[in-house]
Design a protein. Structure first.
Length: 272
């Protein structure tokens, strides 16, 4: 179909890319990625996934690997069309409520600042994985289901001059505030994962998954932006295309798919 793609660079590859030369990174890109996918279809390279909070062994290798990959992309004249970033989990924030309190975990600041500096210098986005479902289920006594599913008719949270009617935008703005506190004001943000499970946990249902994902899609297409960055649309990727029955962890983690294990569609997302 010619769709644009985010290609993941596995965490376990980062030490080799960091220790090697830009020429090694160039050879790795050509043999592992560009041999299989046309370069004009690649929008981002996601260098590692949730490294800083969930796989910290690889933290020192993220920015050096990205630097070598960037130099390799420059050699191929692709540095402006293929952007590099590294998706992070929401747990890299030590505070997120209200959004203006958004602060990075002090234990990872020494690694997050070089990452933000690289993103700022290369005009690349900060990538985050945002799951209001997890926030809701861990704090349902404080967070309403309507607020998590975009079904609130009015503002639920007033944070200074900014009003929030859904948890998704509040979560994104917490990251924006956290970046600003480190001195990075203009770095764009991309939500590389978000979704809602269809079964396996509290309020996990087809109806709620449809409501959440449909509202995310509609807002992304409308480009309305968050209260902190109005008019700046948020680029969003839904998790997941298929259910994953082999996944470890809680039962709900196996049921984020828009399609089931047999390839049949679980629900239809309407775009208007």
């Amino acid at each position: 179909t010619g769709i644009n793609l985010i290609i993941g660079v596995p965490n376990e590859i980062l030490p080799s890319l960091a220790a090697g030369s830009p020429t090694f990174s160039l050879e790795w890109l050509q043999s592992n990625i560009f041999y299989n996918i046309p370069t004009n279809q690649i929008r981002y390279l996601a260098v590692g996934n949730e490294v800083l909070s969930k796989d910290p062994y690889y933290s020192p290798f993220v920015v050096p690997a990205m630097t070598n990959l960037y130099q390799a992309l420059q050699t191929l004249n692709l540095a402006n069309s293929v952007k590099l970033s590294s998706p992070q989990a929401a747990s890299v924030l030590s505070a997120s409520y209200p959004p203006s309190s958004g602060t990075f975990d002090p234990y990872i600041v020494s690694n997050i600042v070089p990452l933000l500096r690289f993103l700022n210098d290369t005009n690349s986005p900060f990538m985050v994985n945002v799951y209001p479902y997890l926030s809701y289920t861990s704090s349902s006594e404080y967070i309403s289901l309507d607020y998590a599913l975009f079904r609130s008719d009015k503002a639920v949270l007033q944070d200074g001059a900014l009003a929030y009617g859904n948890l998704f935008y509040a979560s994104i703005d917490a990251f924006i505030y956290a970046m600003e506190k480190q001195g990075f004001v203009g770095v764009p943000l991309v939500v590389t994962e978000t979704g809602w499970p269809t079964s396996g946990g509290a309020e996990a249902s087809v109806e709620n998954a449809l409501a959440y994902n449909e509202n995310v899609v509609r807002r992304a297409l409308a480009g309305v932006g968050t209260p902190k960055r109005p008019g700046q649309g948020v680029e969003v990727y839904l998790f997941d295309l298929f259910d994953e029955d082999g996944k470890s962890g809680e039962e709900y983690e196996k049921h984020f798919g828009i399609f089931g294990l047999d390839g049949s569609k679980i629900y239809d997302i309407r775009f208007n």
